[in-house]
Ligand binder design. Structure first.
Ligand code: URA
Length: 486
């Protein structure tokens, strides 16, 4: 048995795993040890024998999976990763990662999902306190203490740099730290517990919380239950909730007034063949992104049925959430339900959906194995005679709906994510994303191993010119094929 110590970095594991693989050392012959982690055997770092095999060819998806999972706190992560690496490169199981039912692959997928959730919670719940000012520059300095479940400081530091670029800050966790001084982002070791100085600037956080508090949030109990106590105790805003709640009924009523209604509705929407979900809801719904983390899809669906976060709920028949297997390998995101989807309550059943079905089949993708959903969950339209004409959702509507989409994404945790049209791509990749210039495989996102952004099938339906349409259809098919071709 070879005892191999890892300094907790992905790079260290990768180098050692490569050496072991080339030396022909089987997974069962290696004992992985993480420096400084509990449960160690204290063995030395063995010398890895010289290579007998050529360097392995490793799929990109594995590298991305291994990088994420290397931040998990479970001590067996290194061994599980090495087992998969060995089986893919030496055991004749090159497409092992596609076998989501394999117990080791499934375990790694779960670990990746746990990391995604932890990262999401850290983004949402870190709270800074002012500690003083830099005597030279006069810049105010802030500090935060946070206890994530996993070693995720390196995965989250850039987010804080971008969000709080104008202030000096340091974040400490038991397993890593990060600091930013306006010029350089530095990563450091973990610390035991930082004594946070008196709460001089809790007001800062109150202001921040107030500005992001959504008036449609009334289910305070649900919110508190979802936010684990260990996060809750660090939040200065918790005593603000009561007053915000009492204000919010008034603010939600105001939003309802603004909701568009069909012109001839006379109080009753003539298009509503189905009982509106809303009529069965005696409450409105939590709406912060973090409220959705970790909720199973059926719970998300139940909550979303009552969502009143934007005016669109006022005229749509109901909320149309996604459908498909919870553990789908491929997730497809469109813009919003259309007329038929709104009435039936399922995504992609109308003309655009039928066209999509045709292309999916041509690309060799089985729709029934995909999770299909939309960036916006309510149909936006203007009534015209007997018809309801589609309208694009606004940036605000897309962002108010995003928590539902992120909730679905974190649950399904797909390997491949296909974004149809600018709304879906902008919601998940970023507001500046341009389908015309950036379509195809999109690298470097946390969303899935493979992200492909392409045009929406309704765009193809709108093309009048035969040869334009043929050309665009070819490109669309190519994008779908690229999504599933490693
Ligand atoms: N267009 C979409 O983007 N989604 C649907 O569900 C239907 C049409």
């Amino acid at each position: 048995m070879l005892s191999v110590a890892i300094d907790l970095s992905f790079e260290d594991w990768r180098e050692k795993a490569r050496g072991l693989l080339q030396a022909g050392i089987k997974p069962s012959e290696v004992l992985w040890e993480s420096e400084g982690e509990a449960g160690l055997f204290g063995g030395g770092n063995a010398i890895i024998p010289p290579p007998v095999h050529a360097p392995p060819k490793v799929p990109k998806e594995f590298v991305s999976l291994a990088h994420t999972v290397s931040h998990h706190s479970s001590p067996d992560r290194w061994g599980l990763l090495y087992e998969v690496l060995w089986r893919m490169t030496q055991g004749g199981e090159a497409s092992l990662l596609k076998r989501s039912t394999d117990p080791t692959v499934a375990r790694l997928a779960r670990m990746r999902k746990e990391i995604a959730r932890d990262v999401h919670k850290m983004h949402a719940f870190v709270r800074f306190k002012k500690t003083g000012e830099d005597p030279e520059s006069g810049r105010e300095q802030f500090m935060a203490w946070f206890e994530p479940d996993h070693r995720i400081m390196p995965l989250t530091a850039k987010f804080f740099q971008k969000r709080f670029t104008g202030m000096d800050w340091a974040i400490f966790t038991p397993t890593g730290s990060a600091s930013w001084d306006g010029r350089e982002l530095r990563l450091g070791p973990g610390v035991e517990k930082v004594e946070v100085p008196e709460e001089e600037l809790d007001e800062l956080w109150r202001g921040y919380y107030r500005s992001i508090f959504n008036p449609a949030r009334l289910k305070v109990k649900a919110m508190q239950a979802e936010m684990p106590k260990k996060y809750w105790k660090n939040l200065p805003e918790s005593d603000l909730i009561e007053s915000l709640v009492s204000e919010s009924r008034f603010r939600v009523d105001g939003m309802r007034e603004e909701a568009p209604r069909p012109a001839n509705a006379g109080g009753k929407n003539p298009y509503l063949k189905h009982l509106r979900d809303l009529d069965r809801c005696d409450d409105t719904v939590v709406l912060q992104p973090d409220d959705h983390v970790g909720r199973p899809l059926d719970k998300l669906r139940e909550l979303a049925a009552c969502c009143q976060a934007c005016p669109l709920h006022g005229s749509a028949t109901g909320t149309v959430m996604g459908e498909g297997p919870t553990d789908a390998d491929i997730m497809i995101v469109g813009e919003q339900p259309g007329d038929q989807e709104d009435l039936v309550g399922r995504p992609f059943v109308g003309p655009a959906g039928q066209l999509l079905d045709r292309f999916l089949a041509e690309a060799g993708i089985d729709r029934s194995q995909c999770y299909l959903t939309n960036a916006v969950k309510h149909f936006k339209f203007v009534p015209k005679g007997k018809h309801r004409l589609h309208q694009s959702p606004s940036v605000d509507e897309v962002s108010r709906c995003k928590p539902w989409l992120v909730g679905e994404l974190l649950q399904v945790n797909p390997r491949v994510l296909i974004l149809l049209g600018a709304t879906a791509a902008r919601s998940l990749i970023g507001p500046g994303f341009k389908i015309t210039r950036q379509r195809g495989v999109v690298e470097g996102t946390w969303l899935a191993d493979r992200v492909v952004a392409t045009v929406h099938p309704s765009y193809l339906l709108r093309l009048q010119n035969h040869s334009d349409r043929e050309e665009e259809e070819r490109a669309f098919l190519q994008d779908l094929k690229a999504a599933v071709t490693p």
